[in-house]
Structure formats: structure tokens, C-alpha cells
Design a binder for this molecule. Sequence first.
Ligand code: M6R
Length: 608
Amino acid sequence: MCGIVGYLGKRDCTEVLMDGLEKLEYRGYDSAGIAVFENGSIKTVKTRGKLSCMREKLSKEGSPKGFCGIGHTRWATHGEPSDINSHPHSNGRVTIVHNGIIENYTELKAFLTEKGYTFVSQTDSEVAACLLDYYYSERNPLKAITETMKELEGSFALGILFKDFPDRVYAVRKQSPLIVGEGEGEYFIASDIPAFLKYTKNYVLLEDNEIVCMKSSGTSYFDVHGIPIKKEKQVAEWDVEQAQKCGFPHFMLKEIHEQPDVVNKTLEDIVKDGVPDFSERGISDELLKNVGRVFIVACGTAMHAGIIAKYAIEKLARVPVTVEVASEFRYMEPIVGENDLVILISQSGETADTKAGLELAKEKGAKTLAVVNVKYSAIARAADMCIHTLAGPEIAVASTKAYMVQITVMYLLAFRFAFARGKISLEELKKLTEELMLSPKAISDVIERKGECQFIASRLVNVEKLFFIGRGFDYALSLEGSLKLKEITYIHSEAYAAGELKHGTISLIEDNIPVITVATQENILAKTISNMEEVKARGAYIIALCRKGTEFSENTVDLRFDIDTELPDMLVPLPTVCALQLIAYYTSVLRGNDPDKPRNLAKSVTTE
Ligand code: M6R
């Protein structure tokens, strides 16, 4: 999604804005721009394309010289990526950058056109600039903002410059993230912390409908009515190093390497006296014992973590678990009641559909639990209970370490669920927890063998389509392996429950089509092997991810990656998914892609 930065201080504003935008590149974008006060007037430079195009344009046209400005990376929603549609947008006396969607922009545009405003872009954002200008009749920025907020429907974070106030940056948010960095005599706005982390760790979280005004004398905060409010400062737990590549060619590879460590941290955080303990988070055994049904609501990779959780909770605790795609859940009138627990899984904690799922669950009186990586994010704050996963900042668009800690947390929750409901004894709870403690080492072992994953990737680099198959936990992994691969390699990939293939999809199998088979679960291995043989007989090229020592009949498997671990089958997804991530990563790199910035994608999806 779009990235916003803003700066007011003593540094070269253009440099700070460009640097901040580079730190937000991971969010996904197709154009960029900045607006800086230079000798009292606003100079705007914007262009379609990457920040390198912006840098080129700045060196050709000259960088604006000043100390106060705003910047933006745009992920197109209304209107194609083009120079004109890029932000900042200006109209008369107001210049803005916008993240989000203004839902009633057509009505507002008609109203403003009637008032004599003309529009140059196809964006919804330009309407916000005009509306601010319209309400700026008394040259009172705060009044213009509060009046505008009454009219705007949808989600927005806005960074705003008023022509008459060359020493101020205003910002406001509703349902789109925006934070304010407070350094020594310098202030920042940004969509995410990495944008200003190198200058300050102190930040203030703007809540919905709150406004900030940054001046050289300091920051002031206001509510939706323009009444001053006091805000609490937070200190970012991240350090600069965490937001940098630290010698790795890509964030994705760095984040894959961080997995053993973040799983360890997560275990240390939750396991007390050898067993998972969620009581500090308000999740008591009493609550788990009395839950009727569990709904897991999430999107993408987080939803795939939910499928692993479903299998683990149902297997151990015998509670029915439904996994729902958040964008479906929110509109399908789900039958959820007071006795149910709705678990929202999200890395960013800002995903619009997951957030809407949470609101719906609350309306229906269900208990809500957020499993979220970004502390203080909207979902983390709105849920009744929250488990903060400790993956640290995940910059790469393709989620890896966040998934890994999500499934770690969900295994721990499944264990506690089973204990609370009397399905396992304390000894069994301890044993399961102890086994899970072996997972960081198992993941490390896979990372050490990344060369083998690279070799598998070299076989995939030129294919046009492929399949993933598996059963049970292996099916959940197939879904995730396939998503990871397709999002960064652009190879058409489909994941199927191995037994389902012959109900239609097998007709797509022809000579040499790779079928990546995840076959780690002993109880259904024979069935999976039959499915492998079915596709092999039709010419498939089989790549198997299986436990060390698994035997297949001669000539079934063309390439294999052995998971060599003592982990029980239920926990084998932890190291196995790491191999799938590495295969996706290397295939992407070998195809000449940048795995950190896949086309059309955004890190945090704050629109429906
Ligand atoms: O921030 P969230 O976990 O809520 O994001 C959900 C999905 O958008 C996300 O997992 C997406 O599928 C990733 N790009 C996958 O790698």
C-alpha cells in the first residue's frame, strides 16, 4: 500500500524524505513523489516508476532545497500509475499525500466541480486536496482539516502542507496507519517506523480521527473537533539494524535466516516452567475450556498459518475450528456467537479485511484474540486479547518469519487448549512443549542446506506452471509453498489436497510439469505416495519434501529434499516450510526478480 513520509527539522528535507521512502519501499508502489517548501513556495517532484526514477528526475530537475516537506510512494487504486496520478497532489493552497481510499470521492468531486474546482488526475486523493482548499477559506489549517474530515468517507492517512505555512506539516488519519516521529528539534510523519528509525526511536501513534501539527517549536495533537489532546510517546523496540539488510542480498533471505532466533524468542516469551502460559494475556484455562467453537480469520499467509492451527487444535483439543478468509467472513453473515472464540492472525495488524472480521466478531459478542506481529497495530488494540508475536520487523513483502512465529504460537495455544479441556495430561503438555523447543535447531539445519534448495530452484527457473500437493499438515504447507513461490516468481502455481487432484486438475498434468509433493506425515504417507504415482504416470516431474528415510518406489521421485529431524510429524511443518521458502526465494532470484518487491503487491493491505 502507499507509503507516507513527512519531515520538519534542520536536515536536507529532500534527502530525509527520499531516505524514508526507500525504507517504505517494501510496502509496494508504482510511483513516487515529494513536495518541499523551498524559499516559501512548494516545489513538487513526482514520477511514475521506482525511487531510482525519482532520484534521476531530482538530479535532472534539481532537488528542492528546504527543511519541511512530505513524500509518498503510490500503490495505484484509482487511476493507472502515471506522473499525473502520482502524489503529492495540489489544489490552490493545499498539497497532500494520501494513503487509503476515499469511498465517496465521486460525490465529492461533483460537489467541488460545481464550486469551480478542476481536476487533473484520475485519483480519489486529489478530491481531498480540493476539499481541504475549499474549507481553507478562513486560512485556518485546523478548521480546514476538521471540516474536511466530516465529509470524507473511507480510509485515509493524509500528510498536508498549506501554502501559507511554510514551517508546518499537518497530518491526520482514519483507518490507515500513521505515526509521528519525535526527534530532537525535528519531527516526522510516516506510515511505518523504519522511515525515521535512523533519526529517532520516539514516536506517537495517531489514533483514528486525530490530527497532528508539526512546527519547529514542537508537535501539537488535536481530536476530530480541533480540540487539543495529550498523546503518549512510545519508544520503538526495533533497532536500525533490524530494518536493514545486514549483508544479505535481500530482506527475504535475511528474514528466513532470522527464523530460528525469532521462534526461540517466542518460545521463551510464552513458555513458563516448561509449559505454555497465556494467563498474562488474559487467556485462562477456564476460557479455553468453555469455548464452543473456534474461528480463525485471516488473509494470505496468515490464513495458511490458521490452517496449520486448525489441524493442531482439532487433533489435540477436539474443538471444532473453522478457518475463514477474512474478505469472505466479513460479508457472509457467519454464525458466530458469544460462546465462540474468533482468532485474528495478522503480521501487520492493519489488514482491512481482517480488521473488519474482528469488528464483526465483536458485534456478535464472540471473544476475540489477535495474534499480531506489529505491537499497537489496529487489530492488536481492538481485540479482547492479544498475543504479540516476536518476529520483529518483517520488511519483505513475502511473509516468512511472521508465518513461522504465527504457527509456533498456534501450536503452543493448541497444546494449552488440549490441556485446559482435559485431553492431555500435564506430562503430555510438557512433552509436547519440549518437542517444540527442538524446532529452532531443525529450522537452522534446513537453512544450512540452502544450497540444496537452490539446486531445486534451478530446476524450476524456466517452468511456466507447477503444482504443490500434500495431505493434512502437508496440504496446509502446500498452500503456503505455492503462494510463496507464485508471489515472487510469477510462475503459475496451484496447491491441491493430494487426493483431490484426480477430480479434475489431473488433466493439466503433462510431461515434465513439476509437482512439488510435501509428504512428511506418516499416517497418510501411503495415500500421498499413491497420488504421487498417479501424477508420475502422467509425466510429472516429482520433487518430494519428505522425512529422511522415506522410501518411494523406484523412479517415482526425481528430486528430493529430506527433512532430517526428530520432531514429531505434527511439528515437521516448521522446518519444512523453511525449505519451501528457500525454494521460492532462489527461484525468484534465478529468474531475475527482486523477491523483496514483487509486482502488484503491497506489504500491508489496508484496502478491501
Ligand atoms: O499483515 P497480514 O498478515 O494481515 O497480511 C496478510 C496477507 O496480506 C499476507 O500474508 C500476504 O499474503 C503475504 N504477502 C504473503 O507472503
